[in-house]
Design a protein around this ligand. Structure first.
Ligand code: CA2
Length: 148
């Protein structure tokens, strides 16, 4: 039997994790995040698809792949969080749980606009401010939903 698919999706500039602005986003790289998510997914018998892109249409393509029958979506939309209405619409079409993850606490950032993610209204839940650990926690939560 094929394993249920879990998507972990990352928006623009997150390829620079661990390289730039470490005081805000920490020292882990995106490869470290993928390894942590894969460990959780493997333990739960989920087939992990981990992606990053700077292109909105590519993110939408992966969300549409997840639209029916996926185990879940963990998404850090990064700056698409504030104006990515096509991504919001794509998320709304999905029948799986969606966890929005932000590495930083959006409500403690100097720029007040960072707290106004339009994606949150399409998400099942949100993790913000737990550093890169938030991703693995989100994967674990989706695994737990499946376990019942
Ligand atoms: O805290 C988060 O995870 C963010 O989604 C990161 C986004 C930012 O636009 C959100 O407000 C909060 C992306 C930040 C810029 O990209 C960088 C990624 C890694 C290192 C430096 C910058």
């Amino acid at each position: 039997m094929p394993q249920p698919i879990l998507f972990v999706l990352n928006g623009p500039n997150l390829n620079l994790l661990g390289v730039r602005e470490r005081e805000v986003y920490g020292h882990d790289t995106l490869a470290d995040v993928e390894a942590a998510c894969r460990a959780e997914a493997d333990a739960a018998g989920l087939d992990l698809r981990f992606h990053q892109t700077d292109a909105e249409h590519e993110l939408i393509g992966w969300i549409q792949e997840a639209r029916t029958g996926a185990a879940g979506i963990v998404i850090n939309p990064a700056a698409f969080s504030y104006a990515g209405y096509p991504i919001y619409d794509a998320l709304k079409m999905c029948d799986c749980p969606i966890i929005e993850v932000h590495i930083s606490n959006l409500h403690r950032r100097d720029e007040a606009w960072r707290a106004n993610s339009i994606m949150t209204a399409a998400a099942t839940g949100i993790i913000s401010g737990l550093g890169t650990h938030g991703y693995a926690l989100a994967v674990r939560h989706i695994a737990r939903l499946r376990a019942g």
